[in-house]
Design a protein around this ligand. Structure first.
Ligand SMILES: NC(=O)c1ccc[n+]([C@@H]2O[C@H](COP(=O)([O-])OP(=O)(O)OC[C@H]3O[C@@H](n4cnc5c(N)ncnc54)[C@H](O)[C@@H]3O)[C@@H](O)[C@H]2O)c1
Length: 252
């Protein structure tokens, strides 16, 4: 089947904020939105985000911020709005996935995972949603994971945090859908990024691929395409969904 590289969606006059935009899915998504005409605010804890943003061009800007730091998120959100005037689309993408056996799972690792993966999307949505609600128009896309709906060995805190992202998505969709803001989640299988491949290298990865009905991991551009769809006008009736982009893994 022919694929169309972003031919369908146009995002002129659209401001998109993406967390975790220095690498992986977030960076690829920023590139896709920029190509589709959006102005992109790239947020990441890594200072590399500044270079990634400037490589995209002068219509875009990067900010260094830890999404789990409430004060910093509020401050940076104000700077983003001062620069671009508003945010139309928020992609809550920043995430971490430290692994450990369930028994004796370190509390500090648990706390950090919940802070970044679950509290982070709450804080960033809380910062940008009021403007969207005031304009009665907006899109929020939260990166969950197949780990939100199944158990995966070693992923105790990650699974719990991503299941939480689905809960957060449901409540925001319920409260904000009537006011013009749709909120959806995307749940990929393993994606070929630093995060994905760090947990699924070598033989472990080969075994995992063999259990996915499509027999491979996802590429970052396939997740970006799903994000652009949910952010588009065509997806106006999709609200509170959890779009699995998992090659069918969770039906097995
Ligand atoms: N790669 C996968 O296999 C996979 C599968 C399902 C879901 N996801 C989810 O997709 C999202 C992106 O994953 P990825 O594979 O691109 O990861 P990645 O590690 O390649 O990139 C994540 C980015 O987030 C940034 N980040 C991490 N913690 C942050 C924080 N506290 N504040 C701001 N930025 C922070 C990192 O600096 C990095 O640039 C994550 O939410 C992840 O859980 C990934």
């Amino acid at each position: 089947m022919t694929t169309h590289s972003n031919a369908t969606y146009r995002f002129q006059n659209t401001v998109v904020a993406i967390t975790g935009a220095a690498a992986g899915i977030g960076r690829t998504t920023a590139e896709h939105f920029a190509r589709a005409g959006a102005s992109v605010a790239l947020l990441d804890r890594s200072p590399a985000v500044l270079e990634v943003a400037s490589a995209l061009g002068p219509a875009h800007q990067g900010w260094t911020v830890d999404v789990s730091d409430a004060d910093a998120v509020g401050r940076i959100a104000n700077e983003v709005i001062a620069r671009f005037g508003r945010v139309d689309v928020l992609v809550n993408n920043a995430g971490i996935g430290p692994l450990a056996p369930a028994e004796g799972f370190p509390l500090a690792t648990w706390d950090k995972t919940i802070a970044v993966n679950l509290t982070g999307p709450f804080l960033v949505a809380r910062a940008f949603a009021p403007g969207m609600l005031a304009r009665k128009q907006g899109r929020i896309v939260n990166l969950a994971s197949q780990a939100a709906v199944i158990g995966i060995e070693g992923h105790l805190a990650y699974c719990a945090s991503k299941a939480g992202v689905i809960g957060l998505t449901n409540c925001m969709a319920l409260e904000w859908g009537p006011r013009g803001v749709t909120v959806n989640a995307i749940s990929p299988t393993v994606v070929e990024t630093e995060l994905g491949l760090s947990g699924w290298a070598g033989e472990k990865g080969e075994r995992a691929r063999a259990t996915i009905p499509t027999r491979r991991f996802a590429r970052p551009d396939e997740i970006a395409a799903a994000i652009l769809y949910l952010a588009s006008g065509e997806a106006a009736m999709v609200n509170g969904a959890n779009l699995l982009v998992d090659g069918g893994y969770t039906i097995t």
